[in-house]
Write a protein that binds this ligand. Structure first.
Ligand code: ADP
Ligand code: MG
Length: 764
């Protein structure tokens, strides 16, 4: 069964070679209590360690079940230790950060026995050694004798065939020693117990075989085994520890040094915090820029003017002629380029047909379409009790985008209504103020105000504008038409339109302002004025004339210029001509694309001349570049990465210290049959916990920091919630933290697993 054949073992320290065992030959019975006696340094412990598979012999052979161990692999030794051998040490060798129960369970834990079974068995053996009540205590809460009983219980727990005890009573008083000896004697009833001692009394009293050693040799054996006395079979089961056991073990260990673990995790989380903050900020700025661009871009209408020019193509064509490739060249000459020519300008003929086409646009994409006619308004206003004709040139008095049925109007969407309401009839208008509630004095004069003082909303809402139709406003004078002079009677004319200001609006703060504040009237009023004015005498006269009926200026109708001039005057007077401009307000960023597509479709089967070109204002507006933001982010992330590397190294150092601290534990685990791999796992599990904690702390602290950061940014920029943590980034950073700490702890974990269990056990 267990046989040592000429076992030799020597230790080399420097040039000195210590022959600890000089050719030991021994055979053991399956069931006996063997005491090994001998003076200190005679090689007893070495012998026991070799029998227990904790140490390797140099020469000879150890035979277990007629099987040579010469070709045993590490794994085989681990399994052998785990389920054939139970060690009992002089210094008990319990794991201090685990309770008694876990200590006893450890061997079974390593062999992968289920938790329930483990507990049952552990309680059973603890009962046997009389310590069941103490099972939830820690080793340092027990007396020496009690600790040794725990060690015995642990040795018994996995039902080994062989118990190896190295001076189990060496540290105990004689009374306790005898109790322990009784217990071992009891065990020896059905096991092979090999006990090392230098107390010959104890050996002779309890053991049924005494072997004496001296200088690495057997000098006597009281009851040697005869040839072929017995043949027995030991069963060696494989051990395996799963990752969760390792995790559990590490958690226990970490619990005993919470402060240090938290501090380590916190220190190594600083890099994560740095990167998380930077990413959050970059992320937030990107979102803000996106939002801003979307608002801006969708708020800018697509405009179709009577004349358009494809600037992009033109600029490209002109640049191609240049011999200089770079912008901002360092040259001392000027380069002439081609002119923008008449043919580069396209005339959009905004026919009724086209207006009809626009009316059929998908209503879901459009917020409103504004048809702007070049018609002039004849406005009279009573200023300081005197009726005055108010000039409207350079004032923004125009139609508001005509809303599509059942739709919120552009005004309601993009403006705050500060007072009053939206107009509901053609006689109602609204006043727009700028972001500071300012309105130019010229525009206020239209409403009858000439004061320098602030004007109450209520006063504005009570103001009126008198609009005179062309038929009443102009009178004929020979071949010409001139405005009537008697403003008082004009003012009282029955066909005048009295417009009421019913609302005061202001552009919402996230929409870009494109025009001067102004007065807005409805398309209905515009249509009514055109309907009335196109029938007026002055328009009819102008249609037939080849000169300006108001100024007498002659038009050369053979040229395009002359025709255009006449058109303009007719438009001004309110003839039913084409709109001078059409503004299409997209509902949002994506609907703009669809509108553009719809407008392109109109042109598909048209001649070049009949095509209608639009200007996508949004496209012309230079988009804000994220490049600078990206570059800054990159640099900052690079810096924070350095701190991550530093924390990685720090984790390595801390883990190395932990390995040194836990050397004894490593030895114990190995003596219980833990594989090298299991030791690596224990440390990796610990590193994993630290890495995870550090990642979580990092993300949590970042999350906390985002509150003050956002409020500071709000103070500075008025942008709300700029810094936003992307959950994906958070997950990635936690993963990075775990991976980096694993890398940092990799070498210490390897060192731990490589530790010689014998030396590890000798460490205090
Ligand atoms: P015992 O247990 O009988 O007191 P040991 O088996 O511990 O003796 O040691 C036997 C001899 O081997 C001693 O001289 C000791 O110094 C030496 N020895 C044991 N282990 C080592 C080691 N790891 N390195 C060097 N010498 C050792
Ligand atoms: Mg010894």
């Amino acid at each position: 069964m267990l046989e040592l054949k000429n076992i030799k073992k020597s230790y080399k320290t420097g040039d000195f070679i210590q022959h600890a065992l000089k050719g030991i030959n021994l055979k053991f019975r399956k069931n006996e209590f063997v005491a090994v006696l001998g003076p200190s340094g005679s090689g007893k412990t070495t012998l026991l360690n070799i029998i227990g598979g904790l140490d390797r012999y140099d020469d000879g052979n150890l035979i277990i079940n007629q099987k040579s161990t010469k070709y045993f692999k590490d794994r085989d030794w681990d399994s052998y230790r785990n389920n054939c051998i139970g060690f009992i040490f002089q210094s008990y060798n319990l794991i201090n950060h685990m309770d008694i129960l876990s200590n006893v369970e450890m061997g079974m834990t390593l062999s992968g026995i289920s938790a329930k079974k483990r507990k049952q068995k552990a309680i059973l053996v603890l009962k046997k050694v009389g310590l069941k009540e103490h099972m939830h205590k820690r080793p340092n809460q027990l007396s020496g004798g009690q600790m040794q009983r725990v060690a015995i219980a642990r040795a018994l727990a996995n039902d080994p065939d062989i118990i190896l005890a190295d001076e189990p009573t060496g540290a105990l008083d004689s009374k306790t020693s005898m109790q322990i000896m009784d217990l071992i004697k009891e065990i020896a009833k059905d096991k092979l117990v090999i006990m090392v001692t230098h107390n010959s009394d104890l050996a002779n009293t309890y053991a049924n075989r005494v072997i004496e050693m001296k200088d690495g040799e057997i000098i006597s054996d009281s009851n040697p085994l005869k040839e072929k006395e017995e043949k027995d079979v030991y069963q060696i089961r494989k051990t395996r520890m799963n990752f969760f056991t390792a995790l559990h073990l590490s958690l226990n260990n970490i619990r005993t040094k919470k402060g240090r673990t938290l501090l380590t995790a916190f220190a190594s989380s600083i890099g994560i915090i740095g990167i998380a903050l930077i990413l959050s900020l970059a992320n937030g700025f990107d979102e803000q820029i996106d939002l801003f661009e979307k608002n801006t871009l969708s708020a800018l209408p697509i405009t179709i003017s009577k004349q358009s020019m494809n600037l992009d193509e033109d600029i490209m064509a002109r640049q191609e002629e240049t011999s200089i490739n770079d912008s901002y060249p360092n040259i001392d000459y000027v380069i002439p380029i081609k002119n923008i020519e008449e043919k580069d300008v396209h005339n959009n003929v905004l026919t009724k047909d086209y207006v009809n086409y626009l009316d059929k646009i998908n209503k879901d994409d459009v917020m409103g379409i504004n048809y702007i006619y070049p018609m002039g308004l004849n406005i009279l206003q009573k200023v300081d009790g005197k009726v005055k004709q108010i000039p409207t040139t350079n004032l923004n008095i125009t139609t508001y985008p005509h809303s599509l049925e059942g739709k919120k109007s552009v005004i309601e969407e993009r403006f705050d209504i500060l007072a009053g309401r939206m107009p509901t009839s053609k006689e109602e208008v609204i006043l727009e103020v700028d972001s500071k509630n300012q309105v130019s004095k010229n525009l206020l004069e239209v409403l009858g105000f000439t004061t320098d003082n602030n004007i109450n909303f209520n006063d504005i809402l009570n103001s009126q504008i008198t609009l005179v139709l062309n038929k009443d406003y102009y009178q004929r004078l020979g071949n010409y038409y001139v405005p009537k002079q008697d403003l008082d009677s004009l003012y009282k004319n029955k066909d005048n339109l009295i417009l009421n200001v019913v609302g005061i609006v202001r552009l919402k703060d996230d929409y870009p302002s494109m025009t001067e504040p102004g007065i807005y009237y409805s398309n209905d009023l515009q249509n009514y004025l055109i309907k009335m004015n196109k029938e007026s005498d002055i328009v009819k006269a102008q249609k037939d004339a080849d000169y300006n009926v108001m100024s007498g200026e002659k038009f050369d109708l053979t040229t395009k210029e002359g025709k255009d001039l006449k058109e303009n005057i007719l438009g001004y007077l309110g003839d039913d001509i084409e709109p001078s401009m059409i503004e299409i307000h997209p509902k949002d960023f994506s609907s703009k694309e669809k509108i553009v597509k719809y407008l392109d479709e109109y042109n598909e089967d048209k001649n070049e001349d009949d095509k209608i070109f639009y200007v996508d204002q949004a496209k012309l507006m230079s988009s804000l570049s994220n490049n600078i933001m990206d570059a800054i982010t990159f640099v900052l992330v690079a810096f924070s990465s350095i701190s991550l590397i530093v924390s990685c190294i720090m984790i390595g150092i801390i883990m190395y210290i932990s390995v040194l601290e836990r050397t004894k534990e490593i030895g114990i685990l190995r003596s219980l049959g833990a594989r090298k791999k299991d030791i690596t796992r224990v440390f990796n599990a610990e590193i994993f916990i630290i890495g995870l904690t550090s990642g979580l702390i990092g993300i949590f602290i970042t999350w906390l920091l985002l509150f003050p950061i956002n409020s500071i940014l709000f103070e500075l920029t008025e942008l709300e919630n700029v810094a936003v943590m992307n959950p994906l980034h958070a997950i990635i950073l936690i993963t990075v933290s775990v991976i980096l700490t694993l890398i940092g702890g990799w070498i210490p974990a390897k060192i731990a697993s490589k530790k010689d269990p014998v030396i590890a056990l000798r460490t205090e």
